[in-house]
Structures are given as C-alpha cells and as structure tokens.
Design a protein around this ligand. Sequence first.
Ligand code: NAP
Ligand code: ZN
Length: 351
Amino acid sequence: MYKAKAYSAASATSPLASTTIPRRDTTEHDVQIEILFCGICHSDLHSVRNEWSSIMPTVYPIVPGHEIVGRVTKVGTKVTKFKQGDLAGVGCLVDSDHTCPNCRNDLEQLCPNQTLTFNSPDKHLGGVTYGGYSESIVVDEQFVLRIPANLNLAGVAPLLCAGITTYSPMRRWGDLKGKKVGVVGLGGLGHMGVKFARAFGAHVVVFTTSENKKEDAIRLGAHEVIISRNAEEMRSHAGTFDFILDTIAADHDINAYLNMLGRDGNITLVGAPEKPLAVSAFALLFGRRSLSGSLIGGIKETQEMLDFCGKHNITADVEVIPIQKVNEAYERLVKADVKYRFTIDMASLKV
Ligand code: NAP
Ligand code: ZN
C-alpha cells in the first residue's frame, strides 16, 4: 500500500479539499496509472452531495472522478495489455464478478456485483474505492482501456463516461442514418451525444434551455436547435422524432419530450435526476412510444467507442481547470454553465 495525493469531500455539504488516500500495491493483474486528466461528470456532483442517497448512499470521505486518462507507471507480472509508459484510461468500472450473464455478454456495467471506480466497497483495501481526483490509481488490466495516440488527452478523459454513456444507447437503438434524433440538454453528455449522432449520420436536433448555446450546438454538429422553453418551437416538432437521448440532470417534464416522438419512437434516459419523473401514460400509448434507460457501457464497447473516436477524431470540448478550482466548477455545473466538460489537469495536484 502507498499514499497518493487526492481531493475528497468529508460530507454532503463540505467542499472538496486536499488529502491523501491509500492505493494498493500492484498485484499481478494490476496496472498502476499516473493520472494526467480527470473529467468532472455531473454524477461526481450528485455523489459528493449525496443526491442519490436512496439508491447509492455516499460513504464519506468521497474521492470522485471516473473519467480518467494517464500513463502507465507500473504493471503486474501477468499483465499483457499494457507496459510502462503506455497511455491508459479508466471509466466508471474497476471490477465485476466476471461470471454473471451480463459479464459473460460484455455488459459489466449491469453486473450485480460490479465495483464502481468510487464509492463502491473496495475488495482489496476495505472501505470504499476512491476515484480519479487523485495523482494515481491501481486497476485490474481488464478494466483499463487503450487510448488512441492521435487524440488530445484532456479531451479524451470525458469519453470514459460521457462518451460511452451516449455512444452505447445510440448504437443499441440501431442504424441512425437519416433518422431524426434529439439530444436533450447540452452539457457534458449532451455535447458528446450530438457528436456521435452526427457521426452516425442522423439528422440531429438539440433541445436546450440555454439560448446562449445555440451557435455552439450547430458547431458541435446539430442541424437544428430548439429552445425547450419556447412552446411554439416545441409544438412545431411534435410527433416527428425517431429517437431522443435525454441527458438532463434535474427534474423536468419528460412528457414534453415523449410528445416529440413519432410512431414507435423511443426516449432513452441517461440523465439521473434526484427525484422520480412523472410519466403520462397517454404520452406513451398514443404513438406506441417507449421510454427506456441506459447505463454507461461495457468494457468491450467502451474500447470500441474509443477506437471510433480515434478514427473519426472525436473528443470532448473541454475547459481545463486546476484542481484548486473544482468547487467553483461544481457551482457552475449546477447552473448549466459548462462548455462542455470541465477536465482537471492533475499536474495541479503536485503544486
Ligand atoms: P451536465 O454537464 O451538467 O449537463 C446537463 C445539462 O442538462 C445541462 O447542461 C443543461 O443543458 C440541462 N439541464 C440542467 N438542468 C436542467 C433543468 N432543470 N431543466 C432542463 N435542462 C436542464 O451533466 P452531465 O455530466 O452531462 O450529466 C447529465 C446527467 O447524466 C446527470 O444526471 C448524470 O448523473 C447522468 N449520467 C448518467 C450516466 C449513465 O450511465 N446513465 C453516466 C453519466 C452521467 P442546457 O443548458 O442545454 O439546457
Ligand atoms: Zn460519469
């Protein structure tokens, strides 16, 4: 065991502050990674503030962060995929049971015995796992991703969660070429959803509450932008969408978006608001519409997504911050004031 510098929160109302945490020594299948960049996902904020207390209560102190890229500093004797000096990524998962039907189908994100990157029981050290707001991490090589060499690393970090969370449901829905696809909420997840939907050949429409994101939405790949607070704009698109990805992090009227769908259209929720959403049965019945959910993606699909990004030169649009600005970044995240992902430059932890 060794000590690593990190940022943690001591309670739901405490700011994140400098600390040290234990990390395990590399076992034979482990990879030790020096973390270079870590994205700030809204899930970090939900967890730090214990907003998901009824589903996943937060154990304090918490070290969040599951959009990790870095360089391999050490490998265990049986590691085959990585060597010292390689680039490496870690997303939301660091372990699973490897034996359940979901694991056997490359769906480790649905394994009932999964270990999340932070706030999960730590099988090695006891206590809970600590995430990427830290100078290093040690992870079983099966949960470590290869990073395409041609991409900007600060922009790669968010692919490990925001990227796979939007890529996976769109791939699962089927061929989006020529389909009318909506992305609701232009934040970290939403802006990746726009990039992927465009890359998959869809007609992409962004729903946003922020007038000032209109031009960016087009630059990011949207064909059209709807200001969701404008009832007239909303009405003119009713019943026309094939697929909508809803990334909103807060309470909202899901029925307004269900009514945007055409026959057999689907809304997939990836946003995880604190409170339940009220669904109108009629918004589903008329049009035979469906509402479903999606959780990140498995390791194999995450690698596929990263390789796709390497090939198509896709990364997140990031505002790189030093870790000392993390609390400020959280306040801005709550106000939807991020263009379009904060990424922490982990070198700032050393000063
Ligand atoms: P984010 O960067 O904060 O983006 C969320 C966006 O939602 C905002 O930028 C804003 O977009 C919109 N929004 C926020 N509050 C709203 C409100 N009250 N009404 C309407 N729109 C609102 O967050 P994120 O990191 O993309 O995460 C989004 C959600 O996905 C979070 O709940 C997060 O926990 C969840 N998540 C789920 C998974 C999964 O596996 N399913 C993975 C990662 C994250 P506009 O300004 O454009 O309106
Ligand atoms: Zn996330």
